[in-house]
Design a binder for this molecule. Sequence first.
Ligand code: ASP
Length: 598
Amino acid sequence: MLEHMGDWKRTDYCGSLRAEDIGREVILMGWVQSNRDHGGVIFVDMRDREGIVQVVFNPQTNREIHEKASALRDEWVIAVSGRVTNRSPETINPNLPTGEIEVIAGDFRILNTSKPLPFLIENEIKVDELLRLKHRYLDLRRPHMKDKIITRHKVVSATRNYLNGEGFIEVETPYLTRSTPEGARDFLVPSRLNPGEFYALPQSPQLLKQTLMISGLDRYYQIVRCFRDEDLRADRQPEFTQIDLEMSYVNEDDIMTVVEGILKSIFKEAKGMDIPTPFKRMKHEEAMLRYGSDKPDTRFGLELEDVTNIFRESGFQVFSGAVKKGGIIKALRLKGKAGELSRKELDDLGETAKSLGARGLAWIRVSGGEWQSPIIKFLSDKEKEELQQRLALEDGDIVFFGADTPYIVNMVLSHLRLELGERLGIIDHTRFDFLWVEDFPLLDYDHNEKRYVAMHHPFTSPREEDLHLLDDEAGKVASRAYDVVLNGVEIGGGSIRIYRKDIQEKIFHAIGLTAEQATEKFGFLLEALEFGAPPHGGIALGLDRIVMLITGANSIRDVIAFPKTQKGACPLTEAPSAVEPGQLLELGLKLDVKNKDK
Ligand code: ASP
C-alpha cells in the first residue's frame, strides 16, 4: 500500500493556505490529524508544521482515491495533490486560520503508516510527562509544544540579530575544558590521551570570555550550553543555555542598556510586544527589605515591613528572643483579605512556614474592630499602638510575622508573599515586570565552611570605595554585580570584573584561597591579567527561563527539545547508560558503584 513521493514536490505548507490561494493546484505533505466520513465524503484534517487544512475526498470527483482514503488512520503520512477551493458559507471554520478554504484531492499517495499512538496529538492532554518524554517526537508534534520550540528559535535569532547589529562578535569556547568556578558540581569527562586526567564541561565560559577581552575582541557573545551537575529543581536542567556576553571599557549602565536592547528585540520578535525600557532598578538591600528576596516579583504589592524595633523588648519571648540572638522581625500585611483565608488555610500557611525552617507563623487578624490572635495576650498596649501606627491596620486586614535570623525571616515571608499572591489572585499574569537588582554584597559568609564565599563569582569587582573594608569587614564590601529579574524569576546576572592582578589576588585571599591554590585553579587568568587587561564586564541571560516566561510554560523542560528528567535521565535516548568494559579499560577507569539502584 505504501508509495514513494516520486517526482512530487511540495508546493505549500498545509497551514499556510488562505483564501488568496483559491483556484491553485497544490501538492501538500503531512500527517493525518483526523479522518471523518460524512455521508460518503471523506474529510481529512491534514497537518504539518504550519497548521491544519481540510482535504476532501469526494467519490463523485474520484471514486478510486476516495476508496483508498477510507483506509487512512491517524498520523499516517500522506502526499496530496489537489485544488484549493472556497468552503460554502455554512462550513467556514472561523477558529482555523485555513478555515475559509479546503483542498479537493485529485490524487494522493500514502507515504507511511503509524502504529496506534500512546497519546493524542492535541494540545490539552493529560499524560504522564515520562511518556511524553519517551515519545518526544510525538509530543513535539502537538501544536503548543512545537510553537514553544519555534518561539525559542525566534528568541535566539532576535538575540543574534540585535547583538550583531551592536558590533558583538560571536565566539565559540570549548566544551572540553577545565573545571570552572561557578560553584556547582562539574560534569567530568575522562581523557583517554591523558590517563587519570579529566576535562570538565563548562559551568559557564566565564574565564574564557574574560580572556577574550584581554585578546582585544572588545565585544563578545555566545549562545552557549552550560553544564552543572546539581540536584534538579523545578526550573533547573543539567545542561541549559545562556546568552553570554562580555564587553570592554564599560560600566554597569552600558551592560544594562545592551541587555534591555536584547530583551526588547526578543519580546518584539517572539511575542509582538513592546516592552518599556529602561527597566526599574533597585538596590539589593532595598529588595531584601521590602520583598525579602533578591528577585522580587514586582507585579503586586504585599510588601514586608521591618518591625524589629517595636518588639525588641517584647514580653512575647518568640519575638524578643529572636532579636536578642541577632535576628529580625518582619510583618506581611494582607489588606482587607482576612475573610478570604479560612482557619484551615491559616494552619496550612503555618505548616508551610515550618517546612521552610520557621518555628511557627504568628498572625493577627482585625475583625469588627477587634484584634484576634493567639499571640495578642503577650503584646503590650504600646507595642499594639506602634504596630497600628506602622501598618495602619483596618478591619479585614491580617498580618503575618516572621521572627528569626534575617535569612529565615526573608526566605519564609518572601515565599508566603508569593503563595498568598497566587492564592488570592492578586498577581496580574498578563504583566511582564522587569527589574534590575544592583549593588549586591561582594561576599557571603558560609557558616558551614566558616569562610567568605563570592556571592556572584570571585571575578566580580568590588566597589572601589569599599576596598579598604576587605581585611576587617569583608561582609560589608559592595560589589558591582547586577541581576535582571522578570516577574520574580532571575533571568540573568553579571558584573563589572576585576581587571587588575593585585585586586584579584586580594579577593582570592578574602575567600580563603592561598596563593598556591589561586595559581593552581586560575593561574592562566592571573597571568593574563598581567598583560594589559582592559577594564571589562558582562552578563549571562538564561535563555530557557526567558522562553519559559514568554511562552507561559510551566517548566523549562517544556521549552527544551530534549530535556532531562528530575533524575538527569533522557527517557528517549535512555542516557545516561552503562558502557562497554573495553571503553573503560581504554580510559584507565574501573567502576566501584555502590547502591546503583538508589
Ligand atoms: N558567568 C556568570 C554566570 O553564569 C555570568 C556572568 O558573570 O557573566 O552566572
